[in-house]
Design a protein around this ligand. Sequence first.
Ligand code: GTP
Ligand code: MG
Length: 370
Amino acid sequence: PDEITVGELAARMKMTAANIIKKLMGLGVMASISDTIDYDTAFLVASELGCAPEKEVVVTIEERLFEEEEDKNEDLVTRSPIVVVMGHVDHGKTSLLDAIRHASVTSTEAGGITQHIGAYKVKVGDGEITFLDTPGHEAFTAMRARGALMTDIAILVVAADDGIMPQTVEAINHAKAAGVSIIVAINKMDKPEANPDRVMQELTEYELVPEEWGGDVICVPVSAATKQGIDTLLEMVQLTADVKELKANPNRMAKGAVIEAKLDKGRGPVATVLVQNGTLHRGDVVIAGTAVGRVRAMTDENGRRLEEAGPATPVEITGLAEVPAAGDDFNAVENEKLARELVEKRRYQQKQEQFNSYQKVTLENLFSQI
Ligand code: GTP
Ligand code: MG
């Protein structure tokens, strides 16, 4: 609906109607409890009366825009798992993925350090697995947290010659917080100093008890260098995924998350997005954070052009009017006009939040000077 009664607005904002009516008067609008006011006025009143209720009002525009109904059982099909690879810097995450993909990303990385999230869909047997590679460097906590939130399973890579290190612990915490299953890959088994027992011992200190010691955590000794154990690791990922019975509905508008985004000189804003449900098509209108636009071109991780991308597929898209933030949700929508309206609202909210935090800071400064 484009309008709302004063009474309904008051109820949604958990406030008295008198409060709302007073505010409306201040804006030059005379209304009683049963009168309807238009959406923009309601939004204005809500935002002037504080930001918490504002969100509830915004839900109405999102309800109008997004297909939020639950997928029906008969529409659901099995989807491939999304797996994040996490661990301490240099423990071999990218090398392991290179070995799985028969590719060589490590050799092209500056200083051999991963600085962004890589996303790859790999054929394994007759299935597929979508991998997110994350950086291990301590500076990239936010990326690891985001990676964990988008996925079903985490492969925790621990170098057998080094054991559990600070970012290993951090990765364990992210995976636990996101509620994803953890599979441990004990890497660099080819090294003479490799000590997998020590790694397993250390894991127990973080409540990860290996299966061979009576717990429920699968640990697979592997070597990215010799490819030892990699087939077993992939088998374990697929077994874990099978138990989860991961499903998606390919016949709905796409929704997912922005993995990363940048401004490309020639192509404009370019975003790597992970389609989590539905199917994204070239030409779809998409909204991601405060960015909106039509998908102009869509490519997979190898630069191949795609017309559509189904569930659990990472794709790079162009056509957004601005660069979204990594971690933003994205949705394909039918109503472009409404999408632009929502973007305006979100911008307004962002400004409001900035303004509020600015006010707080100046107040604190004020007090600290007294
Ligand atoms: P960040 O992304 O920067 O956190 O590092 P990473 O975990 O992706 O590690 P990367 O794959 O870049 O490997 C780090 C170093 O370890 C490289 O020199 C690899 O060649 C080496 N390495 C990785 N896996 C193995 C392995 O199984 N055996 C041996 N001997 N070396 C390995
Ligand atoms: Mg790496």
